[in-house]
Write a protein that binds this ligand. Structure first.
Ligand SMILES: Nc1ncnc2c1ncn2[C@@H]1O[C@H](COP(=O)(O)OP(=O)(O)OP(=O)(O)O)[C@@H](O)[C@H]1O
Ligand SMILES: [Mg+2]
Length: 359
């Protein structure tokens, strides 16, 4: 059984379709992230699970129970918003206890649970402060404590770290994961930050224009994106337009400009001989120089230092924009230099050609 189930859920605002037929299943204790660009429908999905927005069609189940038409306060969900939404006139402890009062939890029980929640997010020392006296990260911890103290069946987090700087974001990512797994709470998380999604989730659902276009574990999503859109949204991918020449089992030969490349391993989609498609490989699989496998010549456009790696921007034989990484300490090519790029067939995959679209 799943803790959260969305079945063909759709929502339009006037002429704007925000969510168009989403199916999603979150297992008990699972951490699933909705990832996608601004306006793709992430918040709308989350608000429909919370009950703040009612879908036009489709069903939402929580713990096997149909809650599609159940008001938010009768759904067992806790939500954290990007903007904290703390009560400014209440102390940290009172903010955390608020939801329990609304649910009729007795005073001594509520006090006990508030203390536990404060300990969980490491804010015991700040229980008597007011929101205006807290940093952004501390406010977000209060919001998290307030959401989990009611012991919801499902935790809903809408870009909870969006307002924080990078270092604090990374700290709070670890914090949220720690609290989530300590409580074993089913979680639906929303972000447009791919690093955050890959680092925190059991599975990631990539959204585009109101639809989920791929849902997979972080490694599967990164290693086997099923479309150009996902390949480019999750990390960076080198794409070379090719024609499929022949195949033998899982081994394929593709051609571009008279050069041939091998692709090894099963592909997610079916490709036919003669088909125009995209050869894809991640930047970390390019070796500069002869390294066996496929080879390609490219011109170095720019080289920049990133600490543990050098980032190398290149232009391919047909002016494709390519990207490679050189580990610090290894020889770095010069801007303007023509280089050979080698990459293993087993690290290549094919993608269908895609027409550009609006979102
Ligand atoms: N209350 C509303 N009234 C009208 N249109 C809305 C409303 N809420 C959302 N929309 C529209 O629905 C679409 C999806 O919005 P949503 O807030 O779900 O996107 P999002 O993925 O959360 O984006 P962001 O990353 O910017 O928060 C957008 O085109 C948005 O303008
Ligand atoms: Mg949003």
């Amino acid at each position: 059984m799943s803790d959260v189930l969305l079945e063909q859920v759709r929502k339009a605002y006037g002429g704007v379709v925000a969510v168009r037929g989403v199916d999603l299943r979150v297992a008990p204790g699972e951490f699933v992230t909705l990832l996608g660009p601004s306006g793709c429908g992430k918040t709308t999905c989350l608000r429909m699970v919370a009950g703040f927005v009612e879908p036009d069609t489709g069903r939402i189940l929580i713990g096997g129970k149909d809650v599609t038409h159940v008001p938010p306060y009768r759904r067992n969900t806790g939500m954290v918003f990007q903007s904290y939404a703390l009560f400014p006139h209440l102390t940290v402890a009172a903010n955390i206890a608020f939801g329990m009062q609304m649910r009729g939890v007795g005073r001594s029980d509520a006090d006990q649970r508030t203390k536990e929640a404060l300990r969980l997010v490491q804010l015991e020392a700040l229980a008597g402060r007011y929101p205006a006296e807290l940093s952004g990260g501390q406010k977000q911890r209060v919001a998290l404590a307030r959401a989990v103290v009611i012991r919801p069946q499902v935790l809903l987090l809408d870009e909870p770290l969006g307002a924080l700087d990078l270092k604090l974001r990374e700290e709070l990512q670890v914090e949220i994961k720690r609290v989530q797994s300590a409580l074993g709470i089913t979680t639906l998380f929303v972000t447009h930050d791919q690093g955050e999604a890959l680092g925190m989730s059991d599975r990631v659902a990539v959204m585009r224009g109101g639809e989920i276009v791929q849902i997979d574990t972080p490694t599967a999503l990164y290693e086997r994106p099923n479309s150009m859109y996902v390949a480019n949204f999750v990390g960076r991918t080198n794409l070379i337009e090719v024609v499929l020449k022949d195949r033998e089992g899982d081994s394929m030969r593709v051609e571009a400009n008279g050069a041939t490349f091998s692709v090894a391993g099963p592909q997610d989609a079916a490709f036919s001989v003669g088909e125009r498609c995209l050869l894809a490989t991640r930047p970390e699989h390019f070796t500069i120089g002869l390294g066996g496998g496929n080879v390609l010549t490219a011109n170095v456009l720019d080289v920049s230092y990133r600490g543990s790696i050098w980032n190398v921007e290149l232009s391919g034989p047909r002016n494709e924009s390519l990207n490679a990484q050189v580990r610090s300490g290894q020889p770095v090519p010069q801007k303007g230099e023509a280089v050979t790029l080698s990459f293993p067939p087993a690290r290549c995959f094919l993608l269908k050609m895609e027409q550009p679209r609006a979102s």
